[in-house]
Design a protein around this ligand. Structure first.
Ligand code: JHZ
Ligand code: SAH
Ligand code: ZN
Length: 408
């Protein structure tokens, strides 16, 4: 782990605004008999005093996070599958209409987006370093390169496949501290009229909803229009469109093009104005966020202790990466939440990182239903509550902690 106090985009100085303390790797689920060598990092977040990019204070070695056993599988949510299919259809209709178009996806995971591109017979390449999920994509008939995307990878792809009309990355670009290498690679690989489209959690939404659990090892950057616009300009790229997305608790889809190649839409200036109105980059705003985080921690722990003291059963729902921050920062372990259920086979039978809550298969939820379910996968609330309608009908209640601790 390398400590840094300089912005990874512009080398400006970072002003730290929150420290979560010692945190485990969020997707490092541990075997019950083997947690002696868990890896911890200092999880703290700061803002660049020059370019306003919000980022972690310390970089975590990428191979510790993204490897053969990386457990997150993108196709686990029906809503997310539909989201990516819709985007694929739109790209096919608007950006991939020329002769023999070519799409590159960074972090294609199990192929949730590229499947629709492959089915349309369009030339594509997924770049995915995590072997297990890359293999799942390959099994779907998708062309995958098991690798980290960076400048050398981009130049290599350029040499073999030519320029890309679309370069796409969902929930991946914000994971990559060495973003300079990525953007140099993108600039080299992108066709003159091509677009680099990426979508990630929106920092404005994180502050607005105090969704502090978006802050964990894998999320290195927390993008805003202002910081992305400044970053793009450093690489002769230009932010030409933004679109707010409801998924994963509120994201923005950014579209970059070569500088001067496209006219920016009005949405860019509008969202930038909104950020300025909110004083998003100002220290008092960030300190206010920090106070809200502490309040939510106190409220959540108080509620869980009261329920335990009243003899109520509480079960966790969704062993998310986000929940690593919640459980470890708040000090929530099996004494407050005896287990958490999750559909991901690779997480089942293991313990949550750091907090050591057993992960069980979804069927355990109804054997019998608990009194309360703590919804760690709150970003999938609609989908999960619909699927688990019988829980509420049986008198069960959901506990949520975004944007405040509340019971429904
Ligand atoms: P979910 C991961 O974050 C990590 P996580 C990563 N860093 C990131 O940015 C996002 O994904 C994209 C389970 N589940 O999507 C499956 C059910 O059990 O909120 C998952 O383990 N039943 C790349 O992990 C978890 O919940 C269900 O019905 O915070 C959801 O994880 C559904 C829908 C999900 O991402
Ligand atoms: N796009 C999917 C997957 C997000 S998970 C979705 O939105 O659901 C983030 C993925 O990025 C992981 O599968 C991880 O292995 C991959 N990743 C991490 N660093 C990368 C890099 N440098 N190049 C390409 N993929 C990377
Ligand atoms: Zn900076």
């Amino acid at each position: 782990m390398s400590a840094t106090s300089r912005c990874r985009v512009c080398a400006g100085s970072l002003a730290e605004f929150f420290d979560f303390g010692r945190q485990p790797l969020s997707d490092a689920f541990v075997r019950p008999d083997d947690f002696a060598d868990e890896f911890f990092v200092r999880l703290a977040v700061g803002i660049c005093e020059s370019c306003t990019m919000v980022q972690l204070m310390e970089e975590i070695p990428r191979d510790r996070m993204f490897h053969e056993d990386y457990p997150y599988v993108s196709s686990g949510s029906a809503v997310m599958r539909a989201h990516f299919e819709k985007l694929a259809r739109r790209l096919l209709a608007t950006e991939l209409t020329g002769e023999d178009p070519f799409v590159v996806e960074l972090g294609c995971n199990d192929g949730v987006m590229l499947k629709a591109i492959a089915d349309a017979g369009v030339r594509h390449l997924g770049v995915e370093p995590s072997g297990g999920v890359a293999e799942m994509a390959h099994a779907k008939g998708i062309r995958v390169r098991k690798d980290f995307f960076e400048e050398t990878t981009a130049r290599d792809i350029l040499a073999t496949d030519g320029r890309a009309d679309v370069i796409y990355a969902a929930n991946t670009l914000c994971h990559i501290p060495y973003i300079e290498s990525i953007l140099r690679g993108v600039t080299a690989l992108l066709a003159p009229t091509g677009v680099f489209v990426f979508e990630d959690p929106y920092f404005s939404e994180i502050v607005e909803r105090t969704s502090f659990d978006q802050i964990y090892d894998e999320h290195f950057y927390f993008f805003t229009v202002r910081a992305v616009q400044a970053m793009a300009a450093r690489f002769d790229l230009e932010l030409v469109d933004v679109e707010r997305l409801p998924v994963h608790g509120g994201e923005v889809r950014y579209t970059l093009a070569h500088a001067g190649a496209r006219t920016p839409t009005a949405a860019v200036a509008e969202l930038l104005a909104d950020e300025n109105k909110r004083n998003l980059a100002a220290m008092p705003t960030l300190k206010g966020f920090a106070r809200n985080v502490e309040r939510i921690r106190d409220d959540l722990v108080a509620l869980l202790r009261d329920l335990r003291d009243d003899g109520k059963r509480v079960v966790g729902y969704g062993a998310t990466a986000k929940s690593a921050t919640v459980t470890n920062y708040c000090g929530i372990g099996p004494e407050l939440v005896p287990f958490v259920c999750d559909t991901t086979v690779a997480k089942q039978g293991k313990l949550t990182p750091g907090s050591h809550i057993p992960v069980r298969e979804p069927s355990a939820f109804a054997e019998p239903y608990p009194d309360y379910a703590l919804l760690f996968a709150w970003n999938h609330a609609e989908e999960i509550m619909a699927k688990e309608r019988a829980f509420r009908e049986a008198g069960g209640k959901w506990i949520l902690y975004v944007p405040e601790v509340h019971v429904v």
